[in-house]
Design a protein around this ligand. Sequence first.
Ligand SMILES: *Cc1c(COP(=O)(O)O)cnc(C)c1O
Length: 303
Amino acid sequence: MLLQPLPEPAAERAGVQLLLLRDDLTHPELPGNKWRKLKYNLQEARRLGHYTLLTFGGAFSNHLAAVAAAGRLTGLRTVGVVRGEELAQRPLNPTLARAAADGMELRFLDRTTYRRKQEPEVLAELLQQTGPAYVVPEGGSNALALPGCAELATELRALTAFDALCVACGTGGTLAGLVTGLQGAEQVLGFAALKGADFLQTNIDQLTQAATGRTYRNWALHTAYHGGGYAKLTPELRAFITQFQARHGVLLDPIYTGKMLVGVLDLLARGHFRRGSTVVAVHTGGLQAWAGFGGAPTPPGLG
Ligand SMILES: *Cc1c(COP(=O)(O)O)cnc(C)c1O
């Protein structure tokens, strides 16, 4: 796995070594944390004798894209339940079009019913229509998502010693997995991509409890870097991502990792990290989402 130095002025002034863990490069077709979260779910689906994966997501969901790709690569049938009426989703946006091209059967649920998707009657009705399926929750974060993400922490340990690990949060499943992988040693900092992310605190405790029977205290959430809310790409964030790419040759994604790096650099400027410490930010992938924002910024020198 590639660990790339980020020689940022804010880090140098703070006396901190800042590194970027390129998990976006780990798997050519299933990059980043969505693959890590799926790994043990796929094994479990197979163990239970399922031929179909059923999951949920919004129209720009990296998770839907990952499940569709996983289905194509493993030969499992995939059903994606999409939030919102079908008419409003046609023509399909690039994420959904790609998922359909990967063989995912798309089903559309109006927002009211979608909100109730965890309720037994709604789920039973869906399974009635699709046939038996292994159900993966929205975002892919269940107890079996954690061990795959824990492996990321173990792989990183083999590369370097570090003091803090920074990761973007949607559901908090990836952070929870990293925390269980670290077993209480180094600090993990989560950066929420959505507004009003206070539910995350409980979510993360519930996930680590379900996976390992423990809760942990070596992590903290930063909820002020949502930049206006989930999937809101402000001109400032777009400019940050473009400049980051020019400085480091790395494209961040528009929903998660861009906001996380804004947060990390802000914390560095505020003296949050101890002088002499090593801070690792995780690039969790998600680049497919650019298609839904009119394409990625043009790399410097090519425009
Ligand atoms: C989904 C996603 C996250 C958030 O992961 P959670 O486990 O839901 O917190 C972070 N980064 C990227 C690129 C993602 O696609």
